[in-house]
Design a protein around this ligand. Structure first.
Ligand code: F6R
Length: 583
């Protein structure tokens, strides 16, 4: 993962690069570092942990060329030595890198002696190959170096005294913006000012100087590039008075769903009518996989079609049986998840009926997909996906309804959902207090509620570090009950009238073994003895397809509250990053 930034201009302050790195922290925050050039000297500062640690420790400096990095460790421990920027042995080259150099061991044998390498990273060899290319022109040397690398990379490189930044990428995102006498390079255009910017392509190279940025092909020939427009204002990614991005983003859900609904009414769905589809595979990772499970349910229910959801990594490991009539739907908030991208490439070999649902229209996934549907969730900063997840579900619902030629019904249902969400508030603090010190928490539900249980459990485990697991309610008696001991919390989800009694029976079996039951229901439970529950919440019921959104938001709020009560930062859970760009 990792986020990289480079700036070249007059008197750039370190605070500017820290602000940009902060916007990239969703890509990893194991350590951070900068290298700034002033009066022909490199000043390098690195700290472990979040950018704020670096901001506190690093003196206020300014210079003309600066690069910065926020790391999600892949090679080498989390420490200052392995933090980027990484310098070459003679200290003349400084490199920030996102990606994995797969052949770094081989390259080390070829290009460096053991005592020249001091880090455990795969990046250090890049700096040292550059250092070895003494006779060559800088650009030629840079191209030669990149050509040695197998794997993936986005690189931003400084050479002492050159007053230039050298950049290139392969399979990792990298963008460039040149305004006036300043050029900024970043892993994500959210670092840019409003205006035009360029997207680097694999095999392209760029050199940024004070007055311009030039793009080259692999032979070093100048190429001209089409500029793109900055899509979203940076102001959108402030916390807007909320304590955390996660809470702000949960609160934005109804507004984003409305925007999505409006946009989907403008889409020309006629392409779907031309497709003969025999089955559907929905593929994603983590929360996006859970939204695929919901999507598969919609396909089966409304179109009576064989639909299956798969985690992208499993789709890759398995002998996926696809043909040209199979519709493959890829779901990814970031559009940069490596497993999902590889799965898309695998599917493309068999079918052209491919739709990607993503929040980032300039992402790799979007660029490879024949059809792209936006999630319309806006920038999501908190690592745990909230509004993007719920918008993914609404996208899938509207896609299925478009295939069923029931768009008007879908619009009515989604708008009704968003209105009810506007008025929806839930105080889950007592429940959060009751479960915050537990070691194990169980979530149960049937059918769609089981999928929501999976997502609720993932959300809580990733930001509270409590072991939470979701089970189909009917599966408890097949082994899981062995884990139910006195006072273990079981969160019970009931939204489907037809399944109320069966789910409650399973819950009471857990209660008989000492569990504490907490109920989230959207069905009236007149005949049920609510005294058997240790807590409960009645949620609005919109319809069988979309009520799961209320449950999801309720469980997101629960996870958020538990995380905060445990003194954690829900926006930046440990060992995670927003964009998982390694397979
Ligand atoms: C969970 C979460 C992750 C992502 C997963 C896929 O809250 O955020 O599980 O859902 O890493 O990411 P995208 O959707 O960007 O492909």
């Amino acid at each position: 993962m990792c986020g990289i930034v480079g700036i070249i201009g007059k008197n750039i302050k370190t605070t500017e690069i820290f602000d940009k790195l902060e916007k990239l922290q969703y890509r990893g925050y194991d350590s951070a570092g900068i290298c700034i050039e002033k009066d022909n000297k490199f000043y390098v500062h690195k700290e472990t942990g979040i950018i704020d640690n670096l901001r506190k420790e690093c003196p206020n400096l300014f210079g003309d060329v600066i690069i910065g990095h926020t790391r999600w460790a892949t090679h080498g421990k989390v420490n200052k030595t392995n933090a980027h920027p990484i310098l070459s042995a003679n200290g003349c080259w400084a490199v920030v890198h996102n990606g994995i150099i797969e052949n770094f061991a081989e390259l080390k044998d070829k290009f460096a002696s053991k005592d020249e390498l001091i880090t455990e990273t795969d990046t250090e060899i890049v700096a040292n190959i550059l250092e070895k290319g003494k006779g060559k022109e800088d650009l030629q040397n840079f191209i030669f170096t990149c050509e040695q690398l197998k794997g993936s990379f986005a690189l931003c490189v400084m050479k002492k005294g050159s007053k230039s930044l050298f950049i290139a990428k392969k399979k990792k995102p990298l963008y460039v913006q040149s305004i006036g006498n300043k050029t900024t390079i970043a892993s994500d255009p959210i670092c840019f000012e409003k205006g035009e910017y360029f997207k680097m392509e694999d095999g392209e190279y760029a050199v940024a100087n004070f007055d311009n940025v030039r793009f080259f092909d692999c032979k070093g020939r100048l190429v001209s590039k089409q500029a793109l427009k900055c899509f979203e204002l940076v102001s959108q990614i402030s916390k807007n008075g909320f304590e955390h991005f996660m809470l702000k983003e949960i609160t934005e859900t109804p507004q984003k769903i409305r925007g999505l609904c409006k946009h989907y009414q403008t889409i020309d769905w006629s392409f779907l009518k031309r497709w003969w589809i025999n089955k559907v595979k929905l593929i994603g990772c983590g929360s996006a996989y859970h939204s695929c499970l919901v999507g598969a349910y919609y396909f089966r229910k409304h179109l009576n079609i064989d639909a299956e959801a798969l985690p992208a990594s499993e789709f890759l490991s398995d002998n996926a049986i696809l043909d040209s009539s199979t519709l493959c739907v890829f779901v990814s908030q970031s559009g940069e998840t490596a497993d999902t991208i590889s799965a898309l490439k695998k599917a493309l070999k068999k079918t052209k009926k491919i739709i990607s649902i993503t929040n980032v229209d300039y992402s790799t996934l979007a660029s490879l997909s024949p059809i792209v549907l936006p999630i319309c969730a806006g920038v999501e900063i908190a690592v745990a996906s909230t509004k993007a997840y719920t918008c993914q579900i609404v996208s899938l619902y509207m896609l299925v309804m478009a295939l069923k030629s029931k768009m008007r019904n879908a619009v009515r249902n989604v708008l009704n959902l968003s209105k009810r969400l506007d008025r929806f508030s839930l105080d889950v603090s007592k429940l959060a207090e009751a479960i915050k010190d537990q070691k194990n928490i169980f979530y149960i539900g049937r059918n769609l509620d089981y999928i929501t249980a999976l997502e609720g459990a993932l959300k809580l485990k990733e930001i509270s570090y409590i072991n939470c697991n979701a089970y189909p309610a009917g599966e408890l008696k097949h082994g899981v009950l062995a884990l139910i001991q006195k006072d273990v919390p079981v969160i019970v989800l009931v939204s489907n009238k037809r399944l109320v009694q069966k789910t409650l029976n399973s819950a009471f079996e857990a209660k008989s073994r000492g569990a504490k039951l907490f109920l989230f229901h959207s069905q009236p439970l007149e005949k049920i003895d609510l005294n058997k529950f240790d807590g409960g919440f009645m949620l609005p019921n919109v319809n069988n397809d979309l009520t799961c959104i209320f449950e999801t938001v309720a469980l997101q709020l629960l996870a958020y509250n538990v995380s905060v009560m445990r003194g954690l930062d829900p926006d930046k859970p440990r060992n995670l990053a927003k964009s998982v760009t390694v397979e």
